[in-house]
Design a protein around this ligand. Structure first.
Ligand SMILES: Nc1ncnc2c1ncn2[C@@H]1O[C@H](COP(=O)(O)OP(=O)(O)OP(=O)(O)O)[C@@H](O)[C@H]1O
Ligand SMILES: [Mg+2]
Length: 206
């Protein structure tokens, strides 16, 4: 029977990269939500301020549940669903992971992309606040792995996940709630939020 794993996390934490590594390790099929949403035209509208598409989560869930149903008929060992919105079907999965990454590294990775400063700040703030973890908790309580990937290679993370699902390592270390960037003395939390507020004020005035 196919085992299903959902992988969520803030943009650029490494969901697609880790899913590709797991595809090899687990002989898995992968559904990438970025592509799935595009191919099914599930973007409803465009949020100009956030510079991002708005996805109808009910339609996404419905389409994904159908897709999961069709995968269940195939004889594959694993199906991985990876993307920012993977929590929308996480209750229908056997396992779920939220990849976490130090906000400083999230920021550096997003700066490599063609994102506006406010879009970068928005996503860094999401990581600071643990938004994806919060959504996963809504879907599954504490029945998922909240993994701090900072300083780990893609291969380390993929192997950690296979060890977790096979019960080879204690899941206590990845219990939701342990990753806490807010108390991290190495991070200028107030600066991150102020930066974004200042930029917004500037935008409004100009
Ligand atoms: N563990 C890692 N160590 C170093 N670099 C990494 C790691 N994981 C991912 N990266 C790099 O970070 C960038 C973003 O990775 P990736 O595209 O997998 O993230 P994502 O979570 O799928 O992002 P998105 O939400 O935008 O789809 C890529 O350039 C990737 O090579
Ligand atoms: Mg991706």
């Amino acid at each position: 029977m196919v085992r299903i794993l959902a992988i969520s996390g803030t943009p650029a934490v490494g969901k697609t990269s880790v899913a590709a590594a797991l595809k090899e390790l687990l002989k898995a099929e992968v559904i990438s939500l970025t592509e799935f949403v595009k191919s099914r035209s599930l973007v409803d509208s465009w949020d100009k301020q956030k510079d991002t598409g708005i996805v109808d989560e009910d339609r996404l869930r419905e389409a994904l549940l159908k897709e999961i149903g069709s995968f269940k008929e195939k004889s594959i060992p694993w199906l991985i669903i990876e993307g920012l919105l993977a929590d929308v079907v996480a209750d229908a999965c056997d396992y779920a992971v939220v990849l976490r990454l130090h906000p400083r590294v999230v920021k550096a990775r997003l700066e490599q992309r063609d994102y506006s400063e406010s879009k970068i700040a928005e996503n860094v703030q999401s990581e600071v606040l643990g938004t994806c973890t919060y959504h996963m908790q809504e879907a599954r309580g504490n029945d998922f792995y909240d993994i701090d990937t900072t300083g780990k290679t893609i291969s380390d993370i993929a192997h950690l996940i296979t060890d977790l699902v096979d019960g080879r390592v204690d899941r206590k270390a990845v219990t939701p709630g342990l990753v806490d960037w807010i108390s991290d003395p190495d991070f200028d939390l107030i600066g991150t939020f102020q930066d974004n507020t200042k930029k917004r004020e500037k935008k409004i005035r100009s």
